[in-house]
Design a protein around this ligand. Structure first.
Ligand SMILES: Cc1ncc(COP(=O)(O)O)c(C=O)c1O
Length: 408
């Protein structure tokens, strides 16, 4: 079974030949690593981060030093004045810890409020809690993905355990007004905890947790060209969480198991790079985003942008739909041309169902079904984007030409 699959995959990979250029735009699902972050990871494995940070010997203290520096680095990047950082092994784990950990710590509050466009690593734990007797309310969003603040306000009462809204939506790039969300929640009930999934926001938009009244926030390393398999949860002082996994000794009581210091050190380096180049990187990602969006809309018929425009859209997000062009077929055609994108959200794309995000913003089925998601990065140049655009124009034409009539 595995043997067959492997040989099929090998044949698929070999069918690709040698494209003129390769452009990786699937930064939603996984990213390239900064060279400096990779060097930091290797250095940590070889020299300074192989010890267990809870053990009293030199390699242990050296790992602990790296761990504490990484926590400081993240806290300072998000301008948090108080609070703690817990490193996990992914953004998914950070979101699960936030939701399940809160529910375990405060079982007398039984209502969980999330937006209808949250990432599956927020949506699924909330649904799991629903099976365990909690009530889950989904806040509707408008056609650009902004949450309905009146609806949110109506849901807040002394039963409400938490509100979870992503700072930036991973699929359509909606930059939520976290200040307004926090004001609505605090106004109705200061005890309701506010969580934001900030995996897509770190390095893309200014975050100031010193000013924002956000209690908990999740982050993921690969979103900022750090190693994969590392995430973090910021928890404001005074917020009670319970661990959701149990076992091995760790310096972090909320996340047992030996800390992945080399990946954390790489994450910390990537944070440093994003912090030092924050304005330049944002400008660069935005410029490349606009070249790509502008080119698509002017050169391809029946192409539609999903999500907001201008400054209310994430600087890196390009989510477009092409009528009569199935998203999955387009990712394969583009892959053969050296351009790597995903169709909607990777998690949902495997089911070939349109993403719940596009359906929540009321995109018609045929538009939702023909969507692809791309993200620009500071590691891209204009030539990459021009190449991707040229290939996209040809790929859409080809997929449309072979699509059976009446099938999107
Ligand atoms: C908004 C958002 N939250 C959470 C995650 C999950 O992070 P990870 O891939 O590190 O598990 C992702 C995905 O990459 C994401 O886009």
């Amino acid at each position: 079974m595995i043997g067959n699959l492997s040989s099929n995959l090998r044949a698929l990979i070999e069918a690709h030949g040698r494209p003129e250029r390769e452009v990786y735009l699937d930064l939603e699902n996984s990213g390239l690593i900064f060279e400096e972050a990779l060097n930091e990871l290797l250095k940590s494995y070889r020299e300074s981060g192989y010890g267990h940070p809870s053990i009293t010997h030199k390699p242990g203290w050296s790992s602990l030093e790296l761990l504490l520096e990484a926590k400081e680095n993240l806290l300072s990047f998000i301008k948090a004045r108080d609070g703690e950082v817990v490193f996990t092994h992914s953004g998914t784990e950070a979101n699960n810890l936030a939701i399940m950990g809160l529910a375990k710590a405060t079982p007398n509050r039984r209502k969980i409020i999330i937006s209808s466009i949250e990432h599956l690593s927020v949506k699924f734990p909330a649904e799991r809690l629903q099976e365990l007797g909690f009530r889950v309310m989904e806040i509707p969003v408008d056609d650009e993905g902004f949450v309905n603040l009146d609806y949110l306000s109506d849901q807040i009462d002394e039963e409400a355990l938490m509100v979870s809204v992503a700072a930036i939506n991973h699929e359509i790039g909606t930059v939520q007004d976290l200040r307004a969300i926090a004001d609505v929640v605090r106004d109705k009930d200061p005890e309701t905890i506010i969580h934001t999934d900030a995996c897509d926001a770190l390095g893309r938009t200014p975050l100031d947790f010193g000013k924002l009244e956000i209690d908990i926030a999740s982050f993921s390393g690969h979103k900022i060209h750090a190693p994969k398999g590392v995430g973090a949860l910021y928890v404001r002082d005074g917020i009670k969480l319970e661990p959701i996994i149990h076992g091995q000794l760790s310096s972090q009581s909320l996340w047992p198991g030996v800390e992945n210091i080399p990946s954390i050190a790489g994450f910390s380096k990537a944070i440093e790079i994003f912090r030092e180049n924050f304005d330049n990187y944002r400008e660069k990602m935005k410029n490349l985003r606009d070249i790509l969006i502008g080119g698509i809309l002017s050169q391809i018929d029946d192409a539609f942008l999903n999500g907001p425009r201008g400054d209310r859209r994430a600087v890196d997000n390009v989510n477009v739909s092409f009528l009569g062009c199935e998203g999955e077929a387009l990712t394969v055609e583009l892959s053969l041309r050296g351009v790597y994108v995903s169709s909607g959200s990777a998690c949902t794309s495997r089911t070939l169902e349109p993403s719940h995000v596009l359906l929540a913003i009321k995109r018609p089925y045929e538009i939702a079904h023909g969507s692809i998601l791309m993200k620009t990065s500071p590691l891209h140049g204009e030539k990459d984007i021009e190449y991707a655009l040229g290939q996209l124009v040809k790929a859409v034409e080809r997929v449309r030409s072979i699509a059976p009539k009446g099938v999107v």
